[in-house]
Design a protein around this ligand. Structure first.
Ligand code: FAD
Length: 446
């Protein structure tokens, strides 16, 4: 049977676009559907605008630090509307870049919500098209807990278009998105209360890292409260956040629900196919294949690691396998990640707890250092960097590398290459450092 397309991709986020472009490079006929702006969560409501806001937020401390180096500045003034406009301007520029990437790759774009009519047929923008293979890359949306008044809270999606900077803000949740926005808003001058269910933020990260960054966030002025949200209600002084322990917090009109994200599977027509869904996510095998043999899925709509480079990698692996004659499976070991809090967190490999569970306490050796980077000496600030290596005693292999501190993401990205290549502690020891730098401390751990 002849189909309109060899491959139809639903969703033009990082996963979908990477797949479509790579497949088109191999000469197949590809289409992509998108109902929103091109670039997906990452470009429009995630990685990029968030990182730009992180940069904006760090100027306040740079001004303070500069005084230690002899610079004096007139008292500065931050304008939220200017930042939001600049960030969104950049997002629009990136939308255009995505459009030209699609055009150059000769990928057909259908602007509209795509719905599967059956396993080869898609309804989109009032048209019906067929494809031999379909790739679902619909990503996710923030999920809101079912709590009275929760609609009074905004999600991370809306933060990028808030017309005014809130004076006070309650952030619900201790995951990485909540922590990043807590740090951004705090540094910009908002009074931030972060409500977390457990005793530490950033569940899943190494315990030392969690403690270090949480202590630093508290030192920087964020109020972290361990409690649970019961309800939200309007109050004459803004919004009243009622908590389980009979306490409450008054905040501005704005509260941010940062309680996780769920795959965007509503109205996708999955019921017209044999695609299986478990815990709200599309079930795929190591080759991104669903239970419907010609339908595949990548990125945040599957139940795997939800990061932009992972979605891209999954998509490229799919295209290489099906159209590039290179059957491969994406390696999921040692995927590095960062949290753009202040101070920054970055990590690769196993946490100390994971390593102990996997190999036993006696089989691992932990190296740790905590120091004040030279940059903070003249401003006489107590900002600290923490570095940690988890080493397998028998093989000397580095099982995990973790860092809290300036440029952690940039440093760990380099360390991750070494770890991925099977670096040993002896290899780290034998590497000559770059002096003076923080990164060199990874090479002198004893
Ligand atoms: P998405 O980027 O969500 O793209 C899916 C696209 O599909 C969307 O454009 C959507 O409109 C479209 N779509 C959905 N349904 C349909 C349909 N039926 N028809 C047509 N189109 C449809 N990751 C990092 O690696 N680093 C970070 O620093 C980072 N920061 C983040 C910060 C925030 C606030 C958030 C929310 C996420 C962040 N992420 C980060 C995660 C990252 O954004 C996602 O992992 C990544 O965008 C997933 O890509 P994707 O292609 O799977 O889905």
């Amino acid at each position: 049977m002849a189909y309109d397309f060899d491959l139809f991709v639903i969703g033009a986020g990082p996963g979908g676009i990477a797949t479509a472009r790579r497949a088109a490079q191999y000469g197949v006929k590809v289409a992509v559907a998108e109902f929103d702006r091109l670039g997906g969560t990452s470009v429009n409501r995630g990685c990029i605008p968030k990182k730009l806001m992180v940069y904006a937020s760090r100027f306040a401390s740079h001004v303070q630090e500069a005084a230690g180096y002899g610079w004096t500045f007139e008292p500065g003034k931050f304008d939220w509307a200017t930042m939001i406009e600049a960030v969104n301007h950049e997002v629009t520029r990136l939308n255009g870049i995505y459009q030209s990437m699609i055009d150059q790759a000769e990928v057909a774009l259908y602007q509209g919500h795509a719905r599967l009519a059956d396993f080869h047929t898609i309804d989109v923008a009032g048209q019906t098209v067929t494809a031999e293979k379909i790739l679902i890359a619909v990503g996710g949306t923030p999920s809101k807990p079912n709590i009275p008044g929760i609609d009074l809270a905004i999600t991370s999606d809306q933060i990028f278009s808030l017309p005014q900077q809130p004076k006070r803000m309650v952030i619900l949740g201790g995951g990485y998105i909540g922590c990043e926005f807590a740090c951004v808003l705090n540094a910009l001058g908002t009074e931030v209360t972060q409500i977390i269910r457990r005793d530490n933020i950033l569940r899943g990260f190494d315990q030392d890292i969690r403690t270090e960054v949480q202590d630093a966030m508290i030192r920087h002025g964020i109020r972290i409260v361990q409690d649970e949200l019961v309800s939200l209600e309007k109050h004459d002084q803004g919004l009243r956040v009622n908590l389980k322990n009979n306490t409450m917090v008054l905040t501005d009109v704005v509260g941010l629900a940062a309680l996780g994200r769920k795959p965007r599977l509503d109205h996708l027509g999955l019921e017209n196919t044999r695609v299986e869904v478990e815990n709200g996510a599309i079930v795929v095998d190591a080759h991104n294949q669903t239970a419907e043999s010609n339908i595949y899925a990548v990125g945040d709509c599957t139940n795997r690691i939800k990061l932009t480079p992972v979605a891209i990698n999954e998509g490229c692996t799919f295209a290489d396998t099906h159209y590039g004659g290179e059957r491969r499976v994406m390696s999921r070991d040692n995927i590095p990640s960062a949290v753009f809090t202040t101070p920054e967190v970055a990590t690769v490999g196993l946490t100390e707890t994971q390593a102990m569970e996997k190999y036993g306490e006696a089989a691992i050796k932990v190296y740790r250092t905590r120091f004040r980077p030279i940059y903070y000496t003249l401003p006489q600030l107590e900002e600290k960097t923490l570095m940690k290596l988890i080493v397998h005693v028998q093989t000397d292999k580095i099982l995990g590398a973790h860092m809290v501190g300036d440029s952690a993401a940039e440093i760990i990205q380099g360390v991750a290459i070494a770890v991925k290549m099977g670096a040993t502690k002896a290899g780290f020891d034998a590497t000559v450092g770059i002096h003076p730098s923080s990164a060199e401390e990874f090479l002198t751990l004893r």
